[in-house]
Design a protein around this ligand. Structure first.
Ligand code: NDP
Length: 449
């Protein structure tokens, strides 16, 4: 571990590495949280005695299963499915499903671990979990995606339930996939259990603003960070990596708040549009046609496409990395700093490497960790569960107002906690400590389980 940490915290980290060998992203996520917790353990000896941190670092249950399916040509494929039910101290396990070829147990565990604290920060009654598969939906027909989702759910359904475990979307899992997953769950269980999945279509139990929530939420969070410094989005240049669910709606809200998003990306490269990203074109290319980002530049004359390369070379005032983990390293962070970037707000989960976070700290760049800044998605999922439970359906305006209130509340809590624990302005410490305290108190109250 880096920096000065007491032996007890170092010991916990060493044990996690030892018993979860090779799961580097999980180690990284645990280390980041542990580095913040020394100040908490100093004040709460009961958490050391009862090994509360060690218990939170060990998932309650890990499920790994085979997912066989047939493509349109009749060829058989075998993928691997995962669901890590990490912690249920605050409520049923809650967290998305990711379909991407890079998915493995270590990635699912890093995401599930982060989710515990993120969910706590929302103030909603939800525990932490995450799942997914190494299935690659890219280039697959709707029928293939449907067959995969049906096979995946045929195993997973027995572990789910509105009071047990409630998945949602993540990379590669959007409204289409949630629809197929819900259909198969309903068919197998013979239950119309709306609260078992979130991110559902609006016509069948979904909630207004769930699609927009993570991106909108990250922009609201950034706005709150600026307000504390007497600043705003007005006229600011913003770079948003990715062009999926989080990125598209982060851009939309940045524009509504007066900023100008000038660049976005996918895994093939990035586009720069000095006039500001045209959302209508972006949505058509990415959401409707599921095409590559280069197609945007072919249609918008004011833009250019850079194949490969680093989107972080684009000068900006605010960066919102919204693609994937470890996409912004120390070198990219230095470039951002040299180009005058003042705020970095994680739309994705853990997109900034530890080196990048150190660069931001040293350069005085305000930084928001994903577990706080992208909590709007899961918070709105919890609102979806609330509406499902009461068979109610709120308006867009009401739902968005609730989201904004929750995001500004999370920011205020992280900010205040950082101050209370002697690190003013350190939202990483504020988020980790505030989230941990909620979870630890409940874990402690439930006895040794
Ligand atoms: P999507 O699948 O909708 O979009 C992901 C985007 O990131 C795509 O543009 C994709 O490009 C790009 N991307 C993925 N992997 C890479 C890579 N290795 N290199 C470059 N670009 C990449 O996912 P989401 O928008 O839902 O999720 C994005 C991030 O936000 C993830 O970290 C996710 O965990 C996090 N998140 C999502 C929430 C949600 O509600 N959806 C909630 C909280 C966090 P390409 O298509 O070329 O792969």
């Amino acid at each position: 571990m880096n920096g000065h940490v007491p032996a007890v915290v170092q010991g916990i980290y060493d044990e996690v590495v030892q018993r979860n060998r090779g799961e580097t992203e999980f180690h990284q996520a645990v280390r980041e949280v542990l580095e913040s917790l020394a100040v908490v353990l100093d004040r709460h000896s009961e958490y050391t005695e009862m090994k509360t941190v060690q218990r939170i670092c060990e998932p309650e249950r890990q499920i790994i299963f085979r997912v066989p399916w047939q493509d349109d040509r009749g060829e058989v494929h075998i993928n691997r499915g995962f669901r890590v039910e990490f912690n249920s101290a605050l409520g049923p396990y809650k967290g998305g499903l990711r379909f991407h070829p890079s998915v493995n147990l270590g990635i699912v565990k890093f995401l599930g671990f982060e989710q515990i604290f993120k969910n706590a920060l929302t103030g909603m009654p939800i525990g932490g979990g995450k799942g997914g598969s190494d299935f690659d939906p890219k280039g697959r027909s709707d029928a293939e995606v449907m067959r995969f989702c049906q096979s995946f759910m045929t195993e997973l359904y027995r572990h789910l339930g509105e009071y047990t475990d409630v998945p949602a979307g993540d990379i590669g899992v959007g409204a289409r996939e949630i629809g197929y997953l819900f259909g198969q769950y309903k068919r197998i269980t013979n239950r119309y259990e709306s609260g078992v999945l979130t991110g559902k279509g609006l016509g069948w139990g979904g909630a207004q603003v769930r699609t927009e929530a993570t991106g909108y939420g990250a922009a609201f969070f950034a706005d709150a960070m600026m307000k504390v410094r007497g600043e705003s989005f007005d006229g600011r240049r913003v770079t948003v990596s990715g062009s999926g669910n989080v990125a598209v709606y982060a851009i939309e809200k940045v524009h509504q708040l007066g900023g100008r998003a000038v660049a976005c990306s996918d895994s093939t490269g990035y586009v720069v549009d000095e006039k500001g990203i045209d959302l209508e074109v972006l949505k058509q290319v990415k959401e409707v046609e599921r095409a590559r980002i280069g197609a945007y530049a072919e249609r918008v004359p004011s833009s250019s496409f850079v194949e490969g390369g680093s989107i972080w070379d684009t000068p900006c005032d605010v960066a919102i990395p919204s693609a994937t983990q470890n996409e912004l390293d120390g070198d990219a962070a230095s470039v951002l700093g040299r180009n005058g970037c003042r705020y970095v707000v994680e739309g994705a989960n853990m997109p900034a490497t530890p080196e990048a976070v150190r660069v931001f700290r040293d350069a005085g760049i305000a930084f928001a960790p994903g577990k706080a800044a992208n909590a709007g998605g899961v918070a709105t999922s919890a609102l979806e569960m609330q509406q499902n439970a009461s068979r109610d359906s709120w308006t867009f305006e009401h739902s968005e107002a609730r989201l904004e209130e929750i995001m500004r509340g999370i920011h205020a809590r992280c900010h205040a906690t950082a101050e209370e624990y002697g690190s003013p302005g350190d939202l990483v410490l504020g988020a980790n400590v505030a989230g941990f305290l909620d979870v630890a108190e409940a874990v402690h109250a439930h006895g040794l389980i």
